[in-house]
Ligand binder design. Structure first.
Ligand code: AMP
Ligand code: GLY
Length: 430
C-alpha cells in the first residue's frame, strides 16, 4: 500500500513514522513534510490547502490512501477532492470538518445528538458578548468561532480581557462563542470513524499553556502523555456511548458522514463529563504519544476507516508502556516565533534508549543544517514502563538538544506522576 500524508508538523512525522512500521505499507510520501519527515520519506512541495494540487499529487504518486493531518486542508475540501478522484482518504469532508471549523456548528450538532457540553452563546457584537459574559460569570471563556489552531480561546477571570478578545474577533469580521467554565481535568480521546462505526484510541492528556503550572497563554500544545492511569474505568465507553457514536450518527443523518478521527476534547467536571471541543483530526502533540504505543499496524487501521470497514477490524493492540511527549518551542512562541536557529543534539537524543524525536517546525538551511522554522519545533518522545521512567527518558532526550531561545515545559505529566490528579465522582456520569 502506498500512502500520502498531508501536513507539515509533528503529528504528521508521527503518522509517517508509524506508517513506515506497517509491513503492508510499501511507500510513504509526505507533502509538504518537514526536515525530520524528509529524512525518512520522500517529501513533495504542495499547497496543502489546494484540493486540486493535492489530488494531482496523489494521482501522480499512485497513492492507495491519503491521510490528511491538519484542519486547514480539511476545511478547504481537500478530502472531498481526493475522494472524488476515487482514492480512499483518511479525513472528513469539508462539511463534516465543520465540527472543528465552526464552534457554533459543533454546538448545534451536540445539541441534536444530546452530547453533554458547556452551555454556550454565540455573540456577534460587544453588547451581546458583554451580556453573555455576565450571564455565565467568571471564569470567562471566549472562543473565536473559526479555526485558530487552539489559540483562539481566552480563559480568564478578567472581564475586560474577555471582552477585549471578543472585540478583537469582531474587528476582523468574526463572531465568538461564550461559554460556561468547565472545571476538572482534561482528556483528549481520539475516536476513529468510518462514517458509521467508531473505534476509540487510548486517552491522552495535553498541556495547552506555554509555562509550567499551566500559566501563560494557550498554545497548540506543549506536551502530552498516554495512557492516563487516573481516568475512571468506563470513561472511554461512556464517551463512545454519550458523545462519539451519537455525533457520528447525527452527522450521517444529516447526509454529511464523518470519516477520519473525531478528537473529543473532554473535561471531567464535578457535574459529569463534558465536551470542551471537537476537532476533526488527530491532536498535536497527543498523536506523538498515542501512536508511540499503538502496536496494530497503522496503515491497515487508517485504510479500514477510509473504506468504511472499521466494523470488521480486530481490536487494536497497545503497548503496556507509557509514552511522554515534550514539545520544544521557539523563542517568543506563541507570539511571532523566532525562526532560523540551528538545532543541535538531535542524533544524541535519538540514540537514547526508548527515545525518539519527532520534528514539527523544522527546515534545512543553505549549509544543510537543521534549523527552527515554526513555533513548535519538535517533540521528544520517551517510552518506558510507567510515567516516571517515561518522563525521565523524554527529558533526558530534551537535555541533549539545544536551540537558541528554545523553551519547553519541565512539568509535562508531572502532576499525574505524583498521583495528584483528582477526578470528581460525578465525572463519569455524563
Ligand atoms: P479549545 O480550542 O476549545 O480546545 O480550547 C482551548 C483550551 O481552552 C481547552 O483545552 C481548555 O483548556 C480551555 N477551555 C476551552 N473551553 C473551556 C471551558 N468551557 N471551560 C474551561 N476551559 C475551557
Ligand atoms: N493538542 C491540541 C490540538 O491538537 O488541538
Amino acid at each position: 500500500m502506498k500512502v500520502l500524508v498531508i501536513g507539515p508538523g509533528g503529528r504528521e512525522h508521527a503518522l509517517v513514522r508509524s506508517l513506515l512500521n506497517d509491513p503492508n505499507v510499501s511507500e510513504v510520501h509526505a507533502a509538504p513534510g518537514n526536515a525530520g519527515i524528509a529524512a525518512i520519506a520522500p517529501t513533495h512541495q504542495v499547497n496543502a490547502g489546494d484540493p486540486a494540487a493535492v489530488t494531482a499529487l496523489a494521482v501522480q504518486l499512485g497513492s492507495d490512501l491519503v491521510v490528511i493531518g491538519p484542519e486547514a486542508p480539511l476545511a478547504a475540501g481537500v478530502a472531498d477532492a481526493v475522494r472524488e478522484a476515487g482514492i480512499p482518504v483518511f479525513g472528513p469532508s469539508r462539511e463534516a470538518a465543520k465540527l472543528e471549523a465552526s464552534k457554533a456548528f459543533a454546538k448545534t450538532v451536540m445539541a441534536e445528538a444530546q452530547v453533554p457540553t458547556a452551555m454556550a452563546k454565540v455573540a456577534v457584537n460587544a453588547e451581546e458578548a458583554a451580556a453573555a459574559l455576565d450571564d455565565f460569570g467568571a471564569p470567562h471563556v471566549v472562543k473565536d468561532d473559526g479555526l485558530a489552531a487552539g489559540k483562539g480561546v481566552v480563559v480568564t477571570n478578567d472581564r475586560a480581557e474577555a471582552l477585549a478578545h471578543a472585540e478583537a474577533c469582531f474587528a476582523v469580521g468574526g463572531t465568538v462563542v461564550i461559554e460556561e467554565f468547565l472545571d476538572g481535568p482534561e482528556v483528549s480521546l481520539f475516536v476513529l470513524a468510518d462514517g458509521r462505526t467508531v473505534v476509540p484510541l487510548e486517552p491522552a492528556q495535553d498541556f495547552k499553556r506555554i509555562y509550567d503550572g499551566d500559566e501563560g497563554p494557550n498554545t497548540g500544545g506543549m506536551g502530552a502523555y498516554s495512557p492516563l492511569e487516573w481516568v475512571p474505568a468506563g470513561l472511554v465507553q461512556e464517551v463512545i456511548d454519550r458523545v462519539a457514536q451519537p455525533t457520528i450518527d447525527a452527522m450521517a443523518h444529516r447526509g454529511t458522514p464523518f470519516t477520519g478521527v473525531l478528537y473529543c476534547g473532554l473535561a471531567l467536571t464535578s457535574r459529569g463529563t463534558r465536551v470542551i471541543e471537537f476537532n476533526a483530526r488527530f491532536g498535536d502533540p497527543e498523536t506523538q504519544a498515542v501512536l508511540a504505543r499503538l502496536e496494530t499496524p497503522l496503515g491497515g487501521v487508517l485504510m479500514a476507516a477510509a473504506k468504511g470497514q472499521l466494523a470488521d477490524m480486530e481490536p487494536l493492540r497497545w503497548s503496556p508502556e507509557t509514552a511522554v511527549a515534550v514539545v520544544l518551542a521557539s523563542g517568543n512562541y506563541p507570539d511571532t516565533p523566532r525562526t532560523g536557529d540551528r538545532i543541535r543534539g538531535l542524533k544524541k537524543a535519538n540514540a537514547l534508549d526508548g527515545v525518539h524525536v519527532l520534528h514539527a517546525g523544522t527546515g534545512t538551511n543553505s549549509d544543510g543544517h537543521t534549523v527552527s522554522a515554526g513555533g513548535r519545533v519538535l517533540a521528544v518522545v520517551g517510552r518506558a514502563d510507567g510515567l516516571d521512567a517515561a518522563r525521565e527518558r523524554a527529558y533526558a532526550g530534551m537535555e541533549r538538544i539545544s536551540l537558541d531561545g528554545g523553551q519547553y515545559r519541565k512539568d509535562i505529566a508531572a502532576k499525574a506522576a505524583r498521583g495528584e490528579i483528582t477526578v470528581a465522582d460525578a465525572a463519569t456520569q455524563a
